[in-house]
Each structure stands twice: as structure tokens, then as C-alpha cells.
Design a protein around this ligand. Structure first.
Ligand SMILES: Cc1cc2nc3c(=O)[nH]c(=O)nc-3n(C[C@H](O)[C@H](O)[C@H](O)COP(=O)(O)O)c2cc1C
Length: 336
């Protein structure tokens, strides 16, 4: 019997396949289907810093306008229900999923700055989440904001979330930082239990007919996995936090590559949105077939075998590879 089990965020998972934050996990019925199809855990859709801050700001504003007494003010403002709605329905989804599913449920907070909103982490813990993923997606457009300030913001955010909850914390990062190992080490020292690499950037498209910029969401392609494998292979063994891959995981081979780079789990969404939840089952069947054929007995056995620390020649993971790769290209006559 092949042992696909793995550990992630202190949780024992039956295999390394996790369904990451997306509309796939926004209802208890869907989450049950993912469990049936073989997912080892799920990450709920994110609740956003803006959502939490807006809700509490709007409430503060209305309350201070009407009355000095908080309790009294509630009767003046029937809309109080609305402010809490986003938070309450999130906690409702979490409680529902926890009561009907038996695999771990990871909640997700999306924010880029520390602040009062991180208190919501405590409510997530009380609602029964097994862990919390912190999505730190940000897009700096202000030329006076330095990369140091951005990174300090993320580290401070992790510290604050850790202060508000006992839950294991995973930090989902974007790929565009000057020194990923340095940032990873700081986040690690701030107490993160896992790093999830990487967020995808959703670039808007330009509509040249209507002179408009329009949002565009495309599903991932398998090539996107390579960036993740590269950085997991570099970070493996250099941080205490566990590593997770998100972005470009579409097949059994992709999951195996992620583990060989050093990941504890591989997360997938686009593959399931494009080809259905049944892919979870076939990916696992293919993984077992491949492992049997290559005489592996467990997932743990292969972890990190293609990391920078383990491969006999790590240069393809380093700068030397840049020169080698560029000079390896052969011009073909068709190019002219
Ligand atoms: C429609 C859609 C909604 C998503 N919503 C969230 C979200 O709320 N929070 C989050 O952290 N990631 C979100 N993601 C990103 C996914 O969790 C995942 O990181 C990304 O799609 C890369 O994985 P994939 O290549 O398997 O799709 C979303 C992705 C999609 C396609």
C-alpha cells in the first residue's frame, strides 16, 4: 500500500493534494464533493482586509453619528446586520464545513497591512478552523513606498496575526520581491508555520477600441509551475516553515515535482475549474502508478530530492544557469 500521507501546518494529511482558495470552496456542498474526490484539505476563499476594515469603519461612523451608547445605537441602525454579514457568512461557511467534513479546513485572510482587522483571526479560530492562510497580495503604485517598507509590513502583519490566534499560520506570497530568501527568513522568524508560493498576478487587459482597462482572469498553465519549483528548491532546508506550492499544478507529475523540490503539499484550482473535480481522483491514481513503477514507498521518501541542497549540480537553480540557458539557444533559418 502506497503511503501518500504528509504533514502540513501540524496536520496529518492523507495525501499532498490541497484545493486552494477559490470559488470551489465557497459552499459546504462543494467542499464535501472535494473531500469525496480525494482532496486532503481545502483552503476557503479569502475574506479581505478591505471588507473587514470597511465593515468596522462604516459601523464606527454610523454609531458615532447617532449616539454615545453602543448598545442603544444598535437599535437605531438596522443596517448593523449588513456590516456583520460578510464576517458572519464567512464564519457560517467555516462552521458548516467543520461540522460536515472530516478533513482539515484552512481559512484565508487576504491583506497587506497590519491593523485592527487582524482580530478577525481570533473569530476564525473560535469558529473551528484548523489553520489560517494569510494571503499578502499587494500591488505598490506609490513611488515613495520602498521595498523595505513593503516587506516590513508583511512581517508585522504575520506577527500581529500570530498574536491574535494560536492557529498554525501559512503565508501566501507573491513572487516579485528582490530577495525571496531574505523575506522568507524574516517571515519564518515572525512565526509563520508555512510559506505558500506563489500568488498569481492578475494583469488587466487593455481595450484599445474603448480606451479602457479591463480586469482579466485566466486560469493557470502548467508552465507556471516552474517558477514555484525553482524557489521551493532554493528555500527547502533554509527555513523552518513548511513549503507549499500553488500555481500551475495540473497533473500527478506536477505534484511529484513539487514534493521533490521540497514541498509538503501541492495546491490546485485551475485544473479542477477547467476539467472538473474528478481530476483530484485521477491525479492520485497517476501518482500511485508512477511511484510504484519507480519503486517509491512513500511521498516522504522523495521530498527534497531535487532541492538545491540535494542535486549533485545545483547550478541550473543559480545564476550560472542564466548564461548557460541563453547560450544554449540555436538559431534556426526560419527565424529570419
Ligand atoms: C476564480 C479564482 C478565485 C480565487 N480566489 C482566491 C482567494 O480568494 N484567495 C486566494 O488566496 N487565492 C485565490 N485564488 C488563487 C488560487 O488560490 C491559486 O493560488 C491560483 O489560482 C493558482 O493555482 P492554480 O494554478 O492551481 O489555479 C483564486 C483563483 C481563482 C482562479
Amino acid at each position: 500500500m502506497m503511503d501518500l500521507s504528509t504533514e502540513y501546518l501540524g496536520l496529518k494529511l492523507k495525501n499532498p493534494l490541497v484545493v486552494s482558495s477559490s470559488p470551489l470552496t465557497e459552499s459546504v456542498e462543494n467542499i464535501l464533493r472535494l473531500e469525496d474526490a480525494g482532496a486532503a484539505a481545502v483552503v476557503l476563499p479569502s475574506i479581505f482586509e478591505e471588507q473587514l476594515t470597511l465593515e468596522s469603519n462604516a459601523l464606527d461612523r454610523d454609531i458615532s453619528r447617532g449616539t454615545e451608547s453602543f448598545a442603544e445605537s444598535l437599535s437605531y441602525f438596522p443596517a448593523y446586520e449588513d456590516y456583520r454579514q460578510g464576517q458572519d457568512s464567512y464564519l457560517g461557511l467555516l462552521r458548516g464545513a467543520k461540522s460536515r467534513c472530516s478533513f482539515p479546513i484552512i481559512a484565508s485572510l487576504n491583506g497587506a497591512t497590519a491593523g485592527g482587522w487582524v482580530r478577525f483571526a481570533k473569530e476564525i479560530e473560535q469558529a473551528g478552523a484548523d489553520a489560517l492562510e494569510l494571503n499578502t497580495y499587494s500591488l505598490v503604485t506609490d513611488p515613495f513606498v520602498s521595498s523595505l517598507a513593503v516587506e516590513q509590513g508583511i512581517v508585522e502583519l504575520v506577527r500581529q496575526v500570530k498574536q491574535h490566534t494560536q492557529l498554525p499560520i501559512a503565508v501566501k506570497l507573491s513572487s516579485q520581491y528582490t530577495s525571496i530568501p531574505h523575506l522568507a527568513r524574516q517571515i519564518d522568524e515572525a512565526g509563520a508555520d508555512a510559506l505558500v508560493l506563489f500568488n498569481r498576478f492578475y494583469q488587466p487587459d487593455f481595450d484599445i477600441e474603448n480606451l479602457d482597462v479591463i480586469p482579466r482572469l485566466t486560469l493557470s498553465r502548467p508552465e507556471e509551475l516552474l517558477l514555484r519549483l525553482h524557489w521551493i528548491a532554493i528555500l527547502y532546508g533554509n527555513v523552518r516553515a513548511a513549503l507549499a506550492v500553488t500555481g500551475g499544478v495540473h497533473s500527478a507529475e506536477d505534484v511529484l515535482k513539487a514534493v521533490m523540490a521540497g514541498a509538503q503539499v501541492a495546491m490546485t484550482v485551475s485544473e479542477l475549474l477547467a476539467r472538473g473535480v474528478v481530476q483530484l481522483t485521477s491525479i492520485q491514481v497517476d501518482m500511485v502508478d508512477w511511484m510504484e513503477e519507480h519503486e517509491y514507498r512513500s511521498i516522504d521518501q522523495m521530498r527534497g530530492s531535487l532541492s538545491r541542497r540535494s542535486v549533485p549540480d545545483p547550478s541550473p537553480l543559480e545564476r550560472g544557469n542564466y548564461i548557460k540557458t541563453l547560450s544554449s539557444y540555436t538559431l534556426r533559418p526560419a527565424g529570419f
